[in-house]
Ligand binder design. Structure first.
Ligand code: 1YM
Length: 640
């Protein structure tokens, strides 16, 4: 096929648009880390899901090819290939124009994609090559691009035909551009989780995932006819459920509202919000509406049944949601998001619609299911009791003199008081802690050694958590308090360190301590993670000492492999078992010095995975925990 020729003024403008994507990829896909890489696939999948929502597609295949490329295939109508007003095939417009065509932006429910239909052209711009086959009107049409630039010559603006077919659908195949991404190996684990989630949110859709990069192909078929009910069941699979999941749904003001609820015999709440199939990690108006109306309905029942007397104060929202797992999913024709990360829904009418549908449907449901109602209210009563006791504990704690972290001798603080430049290292073990104290830049780096395992916060109650000396010291050192269901005293503005760095050994115990710390932050100080303050230090695994030339620290097995390949001549390999094996100088050089060290930023956007994992991690099995740490570390972005 011939290569690109003259595309006229319009196309030049188009290409300039895609150039902007290549210049600032983060603006379009969030980041160029592995997370951003996976996003490329989700963008294409989301278009296929839109086609499903439009009622024309019930099967999507996602394949991670052995050579690092990816293929997404659907059985919808096929992207339109006819002449667009711009003088080329509509397909070309879709793949080369940012915000492709206002026409589909405004169509109700054509909004499953997180980036509102801009997806195809963004993926195209960030791919070394991208190929499209559209099966439509009896033909298979073909197009191809390199870094967003078409390489197929059109005949009177129209696409070449490869062959005839009776089928319809769209096939997109692309290779992410290594010039753009930090790494180009998709995370299969994360992708499977997201595709499974999409299947739960779209009960009539089947998604087939295949990973051909592995020796024995990883093959999964996701079809979840029970939808949100199945989703809630999965979230609660390792818990003791108090009743069958409750499903409520309806439509108000053009907004579709769906919700599944199930209580478990545990004390935390897990309420997740989705808008147009996209997870909203920071919640938003749909969740506010849900929480407010549900609290109101349950308090009304509590008074009606006599669990609360007229003079009693109402249960708080957190009392009511004690042990609740819920998913609220809405379809909104024009979703708006708040904040930088665009993960908090902002439409006021979403609050109203959810409130109206859930208010009405919950009453219809509980009027007919009194036993369920009673067990949920009994749960709320228990929570209220605990809350009252804990409020007392907290008051007592606050009236006692504040413990100072200087006096308990643990924290070696830094001299600077400018949070923007300060870092705190939480170091496993007294010996590594001692070396770190000597090695650090005491102007900016604070060291807090922790001994062995901290308390398992997932299972412990609030007063135990607060009574734990190491946790107390940590909360005190960070300076912003802590939040939990029972009141929110956390203030990120008061954080005294820009970076909180977990520094544990690269072994199972280290992984365990790291997990416990992440759980503590996730449960009681989630903003630390959301705002990107939490990091995991990656000390080197090896030191290569060549017979001639400079010694080199190697941070993982990949680095070792590379060193082996590139290094000519003999070298001795020293393997580090733990931080304690390094002297102060080595520790500075490898792990503390911002010039050389490798830090991985911890992120929790995918709270489904996180909340799932937190529960999973706190089981008695060590292997899943270890897997989590490794997966987390791999997904994290490197802070160079
Ligand atoms: C593997 C990726 O993109 N499928 C897909 C996309 C479209 C349609 C069907 C489609 C939409 C419409 C009409 C419409 C898109 N079309 C457009 C545009 N799969 C994938 N399947 N006919 C077909 O929205 O009216 C953009 S996406 F703009 F050309 F209509």
């Amino acid at each position: 096929m011939a290569t690109t020729k003259d595309y006229g003024a319009d196309s030049i403008r188009v290409l300039e648009g895609l150039e902007a994507v290549r210049e600032r990829p983060g603006m379009y896909i969030g980041s160029t880390s592995r997370k951003g890489l996976n996003h490329l696939v989700y963008e294409i999948v989301d278009n296929a899901v839109d086609e499903h929502l439009a009622g024309f597609c019930d099967r999507i295949e996602v394949t991670l090819e052995a050579d690092g490329s990816a293929t997404v295939n659907d059985n919808g109508r096929g992207i339109p290939v006819g002449m667009h007003e711009k003088g080329v095939s509509a397909e070309r417009v879709v793949f080369t124009t940012l915000h492709a065509g206002g026409k589909f932006d405004s169509d109700a429910y054509k909004t499953s994609g997180g980036l509102h239909g801009v997806g195809s052209s963004v993926v195209n711009a960030l791919s070394t090559y991208l190929e499209v086959k559209v099966s439509r009107e009896g033909n298979v049409y073909y197009d191809r691009y390199e870094k967003g630039v078409p390489t197929v010559e059109l005949e009177k603006g129209l696409l070449p035909v490869l062959k005839t077919t009776r089928k319809t659908g769209t096939w997109v195949h692309f290779l992410p551009d290594p010039d753009i991404f930090d790494r180009t190996d998709f995370s299969g684990t994360e992708m499977k989780s997201r595709l499974h989630e999409t299947a739960y949110l779209n009960p009539n859709l089947t998604i087939i995932f295949e990973d051909k990069r592995k020796e024995d192909n990883d093959h999964h078929e996701y079809h979840e006819p029970d939808g949100l009910i199945g989703f809630v069941r999965e979230l609660n699979e390792s818990e003791e459920a108090l009743h069958e999941p409750i499903y409520l749904s309806g439509e108000a003001d053009g907004i579709m509202v769906e919700c599944a609820i199930q209580y478990v015999n545990d004390f935390h709440e897990n309420v997740l919000g989705f808008c147009n199939n996209i997870f909203n990690s920071e919640g938003g108006t749909h969740l506010t509406g849900f929480k407010t109306i549900f609290t109101q309905v349950m308090n009304t029942y509590a008074k009606e049944i006599g669990i609360l007397k007229d003079k009693d104060p109402n249960f708080t929202g957190t009392d009511i949601r004690n042990g609740m797992t819920a998913i609220v999913s809405i379809k909104h024709p024009d979703p708006r998001f708040e904040g930088q990360t665009k993960t908090k829904l902002d439409n006021p009418d979403a609050n109203k619609a959810v409130s109206s549908i859930i208010g009405e449907q919950a009453v219809l449901h509980f009027d007919r299911n009194l036993d369920e109602l009673k067990s949920i209210l009994a749960n709320a009563e228990r929570a209220a009791k605990i809350r009252k006791t804990e409020e007392k504990t907290k008051t007592n704690m606050l009236t006692k003199p504040k413990f100072s972290f200087d006096s308990n001798g643990k924290l070696a603080n830094c001299q600077s008081r400018d949070p923007k430049e300060c870092e705190i290292f939480i170091v496993e073990g007294d010996s590594a802690g001692g070396s770190a104290k000597m090695a650090r830049d005491r102007m900016y780096q604070a060291i807090m050694p922790i001994r062995g395992k901290i308390l398992n916060v997932e299972k412990a109650t609030m007063d135990k958590v607060l009574a734990n000396a190491e946790i107390k010291t940590m909360i005190n050192a960070f300076g912003c308090g802590f939040s939990e269901g029972y009141g929110n005293d956390f203030d990120i503005e008061k954080l005294k360190y820009d970076k909180i760095v977990i520094m544990t050994d690269a072994d199972v115990d280290g992984a365990h301590i790291c997990t416990l710390l992440l759980t503590l932050f996730y449960r009681f100080m989630p903003e630390l993670i959301y705002e990107g303050h939490v990091y995991v230090a990656m000390p080197p695994l090896y030191k290569a000492i060549p017979s001639k030339g400079k010694e080199e620290y190697l941070y993982d097995d990949r680095a070792l492999e590379k060193y082996r390949k590139n290094h000519k001549g003999n070298f001795t390999l020293q393997r580090y078992k733990g931080l304690g094996e390094m002297d102060a100088e080595q520790l500075w050089e490898t792990t503390l010095n911002p010039e050389n060290r490798l830090l991985k930023q911890v992120g929790i956007e995918d709270a489904k995975l996180a909340s799932h994992t937190t529960a999973l991690l706190m089981g008695n099995d060590v292997p899943p925990r270890k897997a989590f740490i490794y997966e987390h570390a791999l997904n994290a972005t490197i802070d160079a």
